[in-house]
Design a protein around this ligand. Structure first.
Ligand SMILES: [Zn+2]
Length: 281
């Protein structure tokens, strides 16, 4: 099914597509719509920006979607609405983490744009804002969007860029990019975990990172019951301090990264090879 209306795709010569996140909430506001041609809201809905793609053919008149410093001419800007309050290092997704759904829709939108404007998928023609400085040699001001996947923070920016281009290529080849298929390709491995002396048999290892079942964890450690909203979970580990972490869902279960929990407990996770156990605290 097409994500973009045909009338949103006027004939124009475009060189590349640059992806972003807004550093905002899950809904597109008017200010954000000024800066991008297409925006993907938290639920995966695609919203058209104020400026047309034609406005970015020539940017000397100042009337165009300004999404990337000194790289707006012949560039289409596609943006996921998310990541308000996010911190790069140590990574914190904030209360509106980029969702996998948004990311997959964004790949679908980019694929439709590649097809409409004859753009071949390369690191110079389909890239994240955070890749512009390296891939195009055009200096940016410390941009890192959208190069961290809150559901898989172990990936480097380079790996995320490559992964996104692979999703776009798959979409162009007509292969589905749905969550189930991705999960089926790379099922998580069940492992044990020990957190502050409590043992869990239902932790998982996925793509080299370990995740802990948030409900069992909170119960075993006597924490307040966690509250899940969208792609994140809020809980309190001691007293009144509230923590918000990115949530990983596998089937009906909800997990948080062992590394995030370790950070909250002021420690680092380790791997006990003999017993296949993730040890935290
Ligand atoms: Zn950006």
């Amino acid at each position: 099914m097409a994500l973009l209306n045909e009338e949103w795709l006027p004939a124009a010569r475009m060189k590349r597509i640059i992806t972003h996140w807004t550093v905002g909430g899950y809904a597109a506001n008017d200010f954000e719509r000024e800066h991008y041609h297409f925006l993907i809201e938290g639920n995966g809905k695609v919203v058209r920006g104020e400026k047309s793609i034609v406005d970015n053919v020539n940017t000397t008149d100042g009337l165009y979607a300004a999404h990337t410093l000194n790289a707006n001419q012949e560039s289409i800007g596609v943006c996921a609405c998310c990541m308000s309050g996010a911190v790069e290092r140590p990574f914190r997704p904030g209360n509106f983490p980029l969702t996998e759904k948004q990311y997959l829709v964004m790949a679908g939108v980019v694929a439709e744009l590649c097809r409409a404007y004859d753009i071949v998928v390369t690191p110079q023609t389909v890239l994240g804002h955070g890749e512009v400085q390296i891939n195009l040699g055009i200096k940016q001001r410390g941009k890192w969007d959208p190069m961290v996947l809150p559901w898989d923070t172990a990936l480097s920016y380079t790996q995320v860029g490559t992964y996104f281009r692979s999703l776009v290529t798959r979409a162009l080849e007509g292969k589905p990019n749905d969550d189930q298929e991705i999960a089926a390709e790379d099922p998580p491995i069940l492992v044990k975990a020990r957190v502050k002396g409590k043992t869990f048999s239902d932790a998982i290892l996925d793509d080299g990172s370990s995740y802990l079942p948030i409900y069992s964890l909170a119960k075993a450690l006597g924490w307040q019951p966690p509250k899940i909203t969208g792609g994140s979970v809020m809980f309190s580990a001691s007293g009144t301090v509230k923590h918000t972490l990115a949530l990983k869902r596998v089937g009906a279960n909800s997990y948080v990264s062992a590394r995030d929990i370790a950070e909250i407990l002021g420690t680092t996770p380790s791997w006990e090879k003999a017993t296949r156990t993730v040890v935290v605290g």
